[in-house]
Every structure is written in structure tokens, then in C-alpha cells.
Design a protein around this ligand. Structure first.
Ligand SMILES: C[S@@+](CC[C@H](N)C(=O)[O-])C[C@H]1O[C@@H](n2cnc3c(N)ncnc32)[C@H](O)[C@@H]1O
Length: 262
């Protein structure tokens, strides 16, 4: 955690206004917090995926990396060890397992993940329901090769991996999918790209869509993007978990914003 993130984390922890559903009047939000966000019951597949993560963490072979994103704060060279990517770039188990619970509960038909990396989080998105289609986009061909291996190892047939820059791949992909029920935006952590991706995906959202933004306090740019996203008129419910910002678009909801200790 850098100095900026540490300051933001301190502020978040002191001013997070809800935990265990206390003071929440909306039945929807109460259920979301108590039965999904704060329910840490493990599912059968978690240990298999985490065993695979351990294998990646022990794989010290190097690959050539093409970085389309805002750049890594830790890994600067264009050659990276798979073990380092596994350590620094992947969503941590606690948060990936929250994605699993959200998908398991809301049963989205179409999911999009921007930023596949080694493919572990796509598994968490795909496993709750084999009928859910998970579209995941990765710009770096060498990283995508490993993700593809990960998906094949788990015989995850409902994952569709697309290789290429978001800007290039997304317009055609979204045209084909038509509606996005669930989006996990976890690549290119710049203000401009985050807002561009939000605006583009928003055009394909529906009343029940859920969008999750990773690393909303990674930098001031990301925090600014998160502030703008949650103030968008189409967003009626926003939940700040520090690592994740979650938004909902339900039209019959009065706009509400929560910061929850997770
Ligand atoms: C933080 S990692 C994704 C982690 C993954 N979602 C997980 O939880 O395991 C971000 C990934 O997005 C990719 N990426 C960043 N910007 C991109 C862009 N503009 N187009 C395509 N891929 C991009 C990077 O190559 C990197 O592998």
C-alpha cells in the first residue's frame, strides 16, 4: 500500500458507516450485506482454484508482457515472472470469492471481465453456473496464453477469452452480447479509461445489471473516476468496500451510497 492508499484506507476504516447490516433500512441492501457480502461460507470450488493459485505463485518462468494499462506500480520491466503476476496482479481470494457469491446470488446471464490476467478470477465468475457466459478480455497475448491454459485445466467451457486492447475488442463484443448483466472492470486503472469503459458498458446495462470496479483507491485518478461513476444519474445504489466499488442501476431505487467495512 502506498502513502495515498494508506491515507484513504484510514479514512475508509474510520468512516465506513455500515457493518452487519446495522442501520440499513432497505431490505435489498440489508440482504446484500448480510447474506452475500458478509457471508464467508466457503464453496466447494474455492480450494481447487486456490491450489491452482499456489502453483502459479511457484512458477518462476518469465514471459514477455505487453502493458496496455495504466502500468504497474510494482513491475516495470517488459519481462515478468508468472509468480510475480500471480502475486501482484490477481484479485485476492477474499474479493474473488465475493464475486463468486454475487454471481451465485444474482444469476447473471452475461458477464464481462475487463482484464483477465492469468484467468483465476474468470473461474470464480464462471463456476457458480455453467449456463452463465463469461466474456473476459486480455490485451497481452502471453498472459492470455496462460489464462487460456488455466481455463482449459478446469474445463471451464462457459468462459470466452478475447485477446486484444479493450478499445478494439469491446465495441464488437458488446454488439454481439447486446446486454451486460454483470461487469468486473479490472484493467487500465486510469481516470480516462475507467470512465470511458463505464460509459461504454453503461449503454449495454439493464435494470438488474451490477458493475464492479476494482482498485477504486489505487490512485487519485481512480478515486476521482469512482466519484464520477457513483454520481452518474443512471446509478441508483453504490457500495464502497475500499478495494471494490459496486454499482446498481435499479430504476425504482432512490439514489443511495454506502461505505461498508469488509
Ligand atoms: C489487474 S489485472 C486483471 C486481474 C484479473 N481480473 C484477476 O482478478 O485475476 C489487469 C489486466 O488487464 C490487462 N489490461 C490492462 N489494460 C488493458 C487494455 N487497455 N486492453 C486489454 N487488456 C488490458 C493487463 O494486461 C492485465 O493483465
Amino acid at each position: 500500500m502506498n502513502f495515498y492508499q494508506a491515507g484513504k484506507y484510514f479514512h475508509y476504516w474510520c468512516f465506513a458507516n455500515h457493518q452487519n447490516g446495522h442501520g440499513i433500512h432497505s431490505p435489498f441492501v440489508f440482504d446484500l450485506l448480510t447474506n452475500i457480502i458478509e457471508d464467508f461460507t466457503p464453496f466447494y470450488c474455492f480450494s481447487d482454484i486456490e491450489n491452482y493459485r499456489r502453483k502459479l505463485l511457484k512458477n518462476h518462468s518469465e514471459i514477455a508482457v505487453t502493458d496496455y494499462g495504466a502500468g504497474s506500480k510494482i513491475q516495470k520491466s517488459d519481462k515478468r515472472k508468472i509468480s510475480e503476476i500471480a502475486r501482484y496482479s490477481l484479485t485476492k481470494p477474499k474479493y474473488a470469492q465475493l464475486l463468486f457469491r454475487l454471481v451465485n446470488h444474482f444469476k447473471p446471464e452475461n458477464i464481462i471481465e475487463l482484464g483477465t490476467s492469468l484467468g483465476l478470477t474468470s473461474l470464480y465468475l464462471a463456476f457458480p453456473n455453467s449456463k452463465t457466459k463469461v466474456f473476459t478480455v486480455e490485451g497481452c497475448p502471453e498472459i492470455a496464453k496462460i489464462a487460456s491454459n488455466t481455463h482449459s485445466n478446469f474445463i471451464a467451457k462457459n468462459i470466452n477469452l478475447q485477446i486484444g486492447n479493450f478499445q478494439k475488442v469491446l465495441p464488437q463484443l458488446l454488439n454481439e452480447i447486446k446486454t451486460i448483466d454483470f461487469a468486473f472492470i479490472d484493467g487500465n486503472h486510469s481516470y480516462k479509461a475507467t470512465l470511458e469503459n463505464f460509459k461504454l458498458l453503461k449503454n449495454y446495462s439493464n435494470n438488474n445489471s451490477i458493475f464492479i470496479f476494482d482498485d477504486i483507491y489505487w490512485s487519485k485518478e481512480m478515486t476521482d473516476a469512482w466519484q464520477e461513476i457513483k454520481s452518474d444519474n443512471a446509478v441508483t445504489l453504490s457500495i464502497d468496500l475500499f478495494q471494490f466499488g459496486i454499482i446498481f442501476f435499479m430504476k425504482d431505487f432512490k439514489k443511495q451510497d454506502f461505505r461498508v467495512r469488509f
